[in-house]
Structure formats: C-alpha cells, structure tokens
Write a protein that binds this ligand. Structure first.
Ligand code: NAP
Length: 282
C-alpha cells in the first residue's frame, strides 16, 4: 500500500539582525489557527550571504520568505519583482512559483489596510497628506497614497535631497519641504504619517506640536516599538484619530501567508493582542 508523505511547508524572515522580528509570532498563530502543518522561522543572513541564501531557498526547505532590514532593496535583483516592488524599489515578500522566485511589496497594502481599519474614511476627499521621512518605509507609503488618489503629498525629511529624489521617482504629487515649514504644512494636511525612525526604542523622540492639524486629521505612526509612541499620545491629547504601526505590520503579513500556505488569514483582535503583549514584554 502506498503512503502519501506530506512535507510541511515552511517560510522564513530573512534579516540582519532578525531577532527582533515579530513575523514568526504572526505566521505561527495563523498556521495553528488554520491547522496547517507548516513552520515560519527567523533566518539571520549577512548582506554578503543574501544571494546564496535566496538562490537556494527551496533547497533550504522554504516556499518563500519575508525580507527585512537591510535586504529589502538588494533582493530586487535576485528575484523577479512585480510592478509594486519595482515602483517602490524594495520587496518584503518572496515566493516560488513555476520554479521562479518572485518578489512583491506588501508594505503598501499593509499601510492602506491599517488606515482603512483604524480610521475608516481617512481617504475620502483627502486633498493633501503630510509624510515625515524619506527612507524605505516612506516609499511604500507614498506609492500607497498615490494609488489612493491623494493629490498632493508634502514630504519632510532631515536630508532634503532624499525627499527630492522621491519626487523624481514618484512625480509632481510629491512636494519636498523643509522641516521648519512643518506647522504650515500641518495646517494644510488631513493625514500625517511618520515614517522616520524617530520615536522608536533607542532613537530620539519625535516632538511635534500637532495643534496646527485640522480637527478631522488622522495621525499614523509606522513605529510600533514602542506601540504607544509620543506622536500617538500627542494625537490623542489633541482629540485626533490615529493609527499605530502594529496594524500595518499585521496587514502586510496577510498576502505572504496566502502565497505560501494557500489560505487567506484574518487580522483579528486576538492576533493583535498576542503581538501587543509580546511588544510590551520587551
Ligand atoms: P530607513 O530607510 O532607515 O529611513 C529612516 C528615516 O528616518 C529617514 O527618512 C531618516 O532621515 C529618518 N531619520 C532617522 N533618524 C533621524 C533623526 N535623528 N532625525 C530626523 N530624521 C531621522 O528606515 P525605514 O525602513 O524607512 O523605517 C523607518 C521606520 O518605519 C522604522 O521605525 C521602522 O520600524 C518603521 N516601519 C514600520 C513598518 C510597519 O509595518 N509598521 C514597516 C516598515 C518600517 P534621513 O534621510 O535624513 O537619514
């Protein structure tokens, strides 16, 4: 009698360092919830070892992977990027299909779904948005905002030249401005997104007076460690709607899980609480 052998599917997150990643917690929760005999692991891979690791993903037992700092840009030339990954200039999700390694960027939908979830209607009649920071996360945010039809995006960055490069990438919708012009920019914006690392554990605080923002404005901090940032506290004190960075982290994970394990998982309050507890325990 022949026996069917089921080989568990596995995915991983590739980073350097990678110990801080909450992705295993998220994907293992969904694996257990859906009764899938799979696994999701952390893989600490140095930049110089990335190409070899990614080229032998299947031999290492993986059907796909997430990439995190510092590999999100480098991985583009090692896989076949889709149009979102190309437009953003970075990929955070890899999967094997028809023997080829594909790459996409799910930070874009993670950012948008989180705002849809936490601040419904945030994009209706959104004329002008204000984005702080011009790094990797900012590129996904800008691409997402343009996709949603935001007409004008004021972009502030410590290094103005980097913001100007993003105008070249994404076009005239992006208006780079000086940090000193923030109060005036806030007065014109119905959405403020922090994509800088300011406010993160171990980094300086982001100290902003949010008073110039209109009362219907939404504040979104991409930083999720700590979960409750100074910026979110300031938004609450001003009576503004806000969305934290954890929601984006959870929502960006959905498509990877679907591609690797064939089931579309849900971002539930229970999952959120699980990761929140882990962040607080740090
Ligand atoms: P990155 O590429 O290194 O960019 C960092 C940004 O922060 C740059 O714009 C940089 O400005 C600015 N910055 C750093 N230190 C600063 C300081 N002292 N004063 C003013 N600006 C400063 O990093 P990233 O990958 O975009 O990540 C940025 C943040 O987003 C991190 O906290 C990360 O955890 C978070 N993130 C969250 C999610 C999520 O799912 N919630 C996803 C991705 C990223 P310069 O250009 O002048 O250096």
């Amino acid at each position: 009698m022949s026996q069917t052998i089921i080989i568990p599917r596995a995915a991983c997150v590739i980073g350097w360092p990678v110990a801080h990643s909450r992705s295993p917690l998220i994907h293992r929760y969904w694996l257990a919830q859906h009764g899938i005999a799979g696994d999701y692991r952390r893989e600490a891979v140095r930049p110089e070892a990335l190409e070899d690791f990614v080229n032998h993903l299947a031999e290492r037992g993986y059907v796909g992977a997430n990439t995190t700092i510092p590999h999100k840009e480098a991985v583009l030339r090692l896989a076949e990027p889709d149009k979102d990954a190309n437009a953003v200039g970075a990929a955070n999700t890899l999967w094997l299909a028809d023997g080829k390694l594909r790459a996409t960027n799910t930070d874009v939908e993670g950012f948008l779904c989180n705002l849809d979830d936490r601040a419904p209607g945030w994009d209706s009649n959104l004329d002008t948005a204000l984005v702080l920071g011009a790094g990797g996360a900012a590129r996904a945010v800008l691409f997402g905002l343009i996709r949603r039809g935001v007409g004008r995006i004021l972009l502030v960055n410590r290094t103005l030249a980097t913001a100007q490069l993003l105008r070249e990438r994404f076009g005239d919708t992006i208006v780079p401005i000086e940090w000193s012009a923030l109060p005036d920019a806030m007065a014109q914006s119905a959405l403020l997104v922090n994509t800088t690392s300011l406010g993160m554990t171990g980094q300086p605080e982001l100290s902003l007076d949010l008073a110039p923002l209109p009362q219907h404005a939404v504040v979104n901090d991409l930083v999720y460690a700590p979960l409750r940032t100074g910026l979110l506290t300031a938004a609450q004190e001003c009576g503004l709607r806000s969305a934290d960075g954890l929601g984006m982290l959870l929502h960006q994970a959905v498509r990877g899980f679907t591609l690797w394990f064939g089931v579309t998982p849900k971002v539930t309050p229970e999952l959120r609480t699980l990761v929140e507890r882990d962040l607080v325990a740090d």
